[in-house]
Design a protein around this ligand. Structure first.
Ligand code: NDP
Ligand code: OXD
Length: 309
């Protein structure tokens, strides 16, 4: 069985070692050195050129290197008759828990205001808010949203979540669907977006969303740039309704030179690094899924074309 590997990230060595360690019997082809395309059974890819994957006529599974699949489903020629599997692996999950916890604490403890004060040589304290009075709302309580819940709980924040279908999560006030959105937003001092990008969630972080949030709220977008209407965020920040934003993902990546986010004092940006797939743990997850597939068992993280995530 052969597995085609293509990443846009230059970590081929680490991936090769990890995949071989997870299954020494795996024959690995590193794109573009694929040999006969008919040999390829499985593809492990981030964002191959559109049309590329349809060349492999014996392909059995497409594995996304990322938790998201929008970069793959954007290919109009992506083979649809075989499973598309998103990345669910402990390294990626833990990384997101860390990043969001750091960002929530950053906003909670007014670090943006202190950075602005520093620029003007201002030494002034801002009253501390206890965590139980700080309401953190998480859009998306999937694999990553639930990890964030687990990481934030010990701090004592007041937690809520918003999902597509009804949910019950201990210690979290759960809302769902369009009908639940307003109540959810009204109780979000810090909003974390961990939704998949679908036609329903595209542009969900917009002027109406921000207006429904309390004065002084902050936004953390670690999902996809397509969730955010960037001009609406800038307007909400500039009129003082929102106090800050942490953005890891953007409409256009890399963020273009001269974009207002580069210099906005109330915006923290990072280059789509909130969480990264870790080759060692991810290779084990991929090999485990291949074994499940071969044994006729359900795989973990199969994309549902109907739901769009
Ligand atoms: P999951 O599929 O496990 O969870 C998705 C969650 O979103 C579910 O709770 C789902 O609701 C909810 N959801 C989906 N559609 C809607 C909707 N229309 N309205 C309300 N809720 C909705 O995804 P993950 O947690 O694994 O990943 C989330 C996203 O994070 C990925 O798609 C990816 O884009 C992004 N990501 C970003 C990274 C970064 O470095 N910046 C790294 C990794 C991922 P329900 O529970 O009802 O199904
Ligand atoms: C992912 C990502 O989807 O890195 O995993 O954004």
């Amino acid at each position: 069985m052969a597995l085609l590997f293509k990443s846009d990230i230059e970590r081929h060595g680490a991936w090769e070692r990890a995949l071989k360690a997870a299954d020494p019997g795996l024959e690995l082809r590193i794109w573009p050195e694929v040999g006969d395309p008919a040999d390829i059974d499985y593809a492990l890819v981030w964002a191959p050129p559109h049309g590329e994957l349809k060349r492999y006529r014996n392909l059995k599974i497409i594995f996304s290197i990322g938790a998201g699949t929008d970069h793959l489903t954007a290919d109009p020629e992506l083979p649809r008759g075989i499973p598309l599997v998103r990345m669910v692996e402990p390294g990626l999950t833990a990384g997101m828990g860390e990043f969001v916890t750091m960002s929530v604490l950053h906003h909670h403890r007014f670090m943006i205001d202190y950075a602005i004060q520093r620029q003007s040589g201002i030494w002034a304290e801002i009253s501390q808010t206890p965590t139980w009075r700080r309401r953190v709302g998480i859009m998306g309580l999937g694999v990553l949203g639930l990890e964030v819940v687990d990481k934030l709980k010990p701090f004592g924040f007041t937690l809520s979540g918003w999902t597509r279908s009804p949910k019950q999560v201990e210690g979290v006030t759960c809302h769902h669907g369009a009908a639940g959105l307003r109540d959810f937003l009204a109780a979000c001092d810090i909003l974390v977006c961990l939704l998949p990008l679908t036609p329903d969630t595209q542009g969900i972080l917009n002027a109406a969303t921000f207006a429904a949030m309390p004065e002084g709220a902050a936004v953390i977008n670690v999902a996809r740039g397509g969730h955010l209407v960037e001009a609406d965020l800038l307007a909400a920040l500039d009129r003082g309704h929102l106090s800050g934003a942490t953005l890891d993902v953007f409409q256009e990546e890399p963020l273009p030179a001269g974009h207002p986010f580069w210099s906005h004092p109330r915006v923290i940006i990072t280059p789509h690094i909130a969480s990264m797939t870790i080759p060692e743990t991810a290779a084990r997850a991929v090999v485990d899924n291949i074994r499940r597939f071969q044994a006729g068992q359900p795989m973990v993280g199969v994309y549902d074309w109907e739901r769009g995530y």
